[in-house]
Design a protein. Structure first.
Length: 552
């Protein structure tokens, strides 16, 4: 179990989305574990209430796909893979569950952090220092959950094993420093305070932990890629737009995978009252809410938020009740804290840790007489997870092919994108890249079909602009105007949308409107070479109008 969990959290494909191979491996590990459990003759135990709540949260999340984005099924596979792993971990004895969670966290955290340290030593910088998690910030989220469990494992061990685990803690701290995760440091500082208070070292313990945590947080805050004030302002803007969008989508939410649509629409309404220059500076193309609680509330509504909140809070409460396993409770608290400011529940490595944690902190150890009920449930879970392997593997292979295509010449790129689209027909990114490639090859009809498909699967302002460009090439000016206005409704400060809309309006003879949008484009990028040609075309159209053409 430890080996399987560690492999699922650490496997990495440099040419694919980091979540792709991890999600596929997590599902394979869960299916294998369930299959081995069904083949064994060991005791049968019912899931605990925390695990039941996670299963209900997964079921509700899957239900919201009915009014959400079907492309989100590949992301949901990670949650369901964690659910399958939870079911089988719950069949172990309670001490074994705790030991599995501790050892898996030590391996996952230490290997990820060590990989990041090696990357830094060989000259990698910035986003390239990710420890196999795909992004330094995601590395920080994994370590924020793994480190409390590794410390707990070290405190419970003795002799050489303790020294080895303490070394792992040091390595993980080094990896956390390299990650630059402000959210991770803040969460761990608060968790350390909780631990110090719990041990009743209220005077010196709390003061020491508070000072160390504050110093580390301030140091990390000062060395991040963005200044602290700028980063904080960006997060607040994303959170505010997400909260406003969530407030009008209750109680069931906008549906899984539709965060992008709802967020861009809400942000566009806020930016529409600003000048284009102000809107351009404030526009943020957020792909997540940078806060799992807010994103779940927006996509899955109050129902999904309540189920997730009850699941995690019950697990933490059970961990501290009668001091069952405080170390596990601290790790869950850290997870809940980082979920306030980032998206740990979208990272498969964190889901692996959660899958091991929940059955251990909220443990049921009584055997059931009606074994067939649980065995039937495990068999059903195994079949469902096996079916989910297809969309999960498709997303992995499709993203791999998409990365390969970016280094190829145009015709070969199109062939690679064709294969990627055949493997993963639900990828909006692949459809967008294919539409752009077809447009470059002067195949506007085929390009339009791909761009329209991408727009249904992926919320992206650039797709609307590209669609407008193709519609102009097809001579469908009115539809091109609609596409550009759709882009401006989401991003009022888009130079490309204003400039291309000016050309579409000129071709339709709406010269006054064309001049207005050309002026707005010039206010955004005064020296852009495209503006001179647009201005000359507009002047020629005005002269033709003046010598006898139809009025505007």
């Amino acid at each position: 179990m430890v080996v399987g969990a560690a492999v699922a959290a650490l496997v990495y494909d440099p040419l694919a989305l980091a979540a792709g191979p991890k999600t596929v491996t997590l599902i394979l590990v869960a299916v294998t574990a369930l299959g081995l459990g069904l083949a064994s003759r060991g005791p049968i135990r019912a899931p605990s209430r925390s695990v039941w709540l996670w299963l209900l949260a997964c079921a509700w999340s899957a239900l919201t796909l009915a009014w959400g984005n079907p492309a989100a099924l590949a992301g949901l596979a990670g949650w369901l893979g964690a659910a399958g792993l939870m079911l089988q971990v719950g069949q172990l004895d309670v001490p074994a569950r705790v030991e599995v969670a501790r050892l898996a966290a030590a391996w996952i955290g230490s290997v990820s952090a060590l990989a990041a340290l090696v990357q830094r030593l060989v000259g990698a910088q910035g986003i390239a220092v990710h420890g196999g998690q795909g992004n330094p910030n995601w590395l920080g989220l994994v370590l924020a959950v793994a480190l409390p469990l590794t410390v707990d494992a070290a405190l419970a061990a003795a002799g050489a094993r303790r020294r080895l685990l303490l070394g792992g803690c040091v390595v993980q701290l080094g990896g956390l420093l390299l990650s630059g995760s402000r959210v991770g440091w803040i969460a761990l500082a608060l968790v350390a305070l909780v631990a110090a208070v719990g041990r009743r070292r209220r005077r010196w313990g709390v003061a020491l932990v508070a000072t160390a945590g504050l110093a580390a947080t301030l140091w990390i805050a000062g060395r991040g890629e963005k200044p602290l004030v700028e980063a904080w302002a960006g997060r607040v803007q994303i959170w505010t737009a997400t909260a406003r969008a969530a407030s009008v989508s209750q109680p069931f939410g906008v549906g899984l995978g539709d965060f992008g649509e709802a967020y861009l629409a809400q942000q566009g309404r806020v930016l529409s009252v600003l000048t284009p220059g102000q809107a351009a500076r404030r526009f943020i193309n957020a792909t997540t809410a940078h806060g799992d609680w807010l994103q779940v509330g927006l996509e899955q509504g109050l129902v999904g938020l309540l189920l997730l909140g009850l699941c995690l809070t019950r697990g933490a409460e059970r961990a501290f009740r009668d001091q069952a396993w405080p170390g596990g409770g601290l790790a869950l608290i850290s997870l809940m804290l980082v979920a306030v400011g980032d998206d740990p529940l979208q990272q498969p490595a964190v889901l692996v840790l959660l899958a091991l944690l929940l059955p251990a902190v909220d443990a049921t150890d009584h055997e059931l007489s009606r074994r067939w009920i649980i065995r039937g449930g495990h068999l059903l879970a195994m079949v469902l997870l096996a079916l989910l392997l297809l969309p999960a593997a498709s997303r992995w292979i499709g993203s791999h092919q998409l990365s390969v295509s970016r280094d190829q010449v145009l015709h070969r790129r199109l062939a690679t994108l064709q294969r990627a689209a055949a493997v993963d027909p639900w990828s909006g990114e692949v459809a967008l890249e294919r539409g752009l490639a077809l447009s470059e090859l002067s195949r506007p009809r085929a390009a339009l079909a791909e761009l329209e498909r991408s727009r249904r699967l992926l919320a992206n302002v650039g797709t609307d602009v590209a669609e407008g460009n193709v519609l102009i090439a097809l001579g469908r000016g009115e539809q091109a105007v609609e596409a550009y206005r759709r882009a401006l409704a989401r991003h009022p400060g888009s130079f490309r949308a204003h400039a291309n809309l000016a050309e579409a309006l000129r071709q339709l003879g709406r010269l006054k409107q064309a001049g207005h949008h050309l002026q707005l484009a010039r206010s955004l990028l005064p020296g852009h070479p495209k503006l001179g040609e647009l201005e000359r075309r507009l002047q020629r159209s005005r002269l033709q109008r003046a010598v006898g053409g139809p009025r505007d």
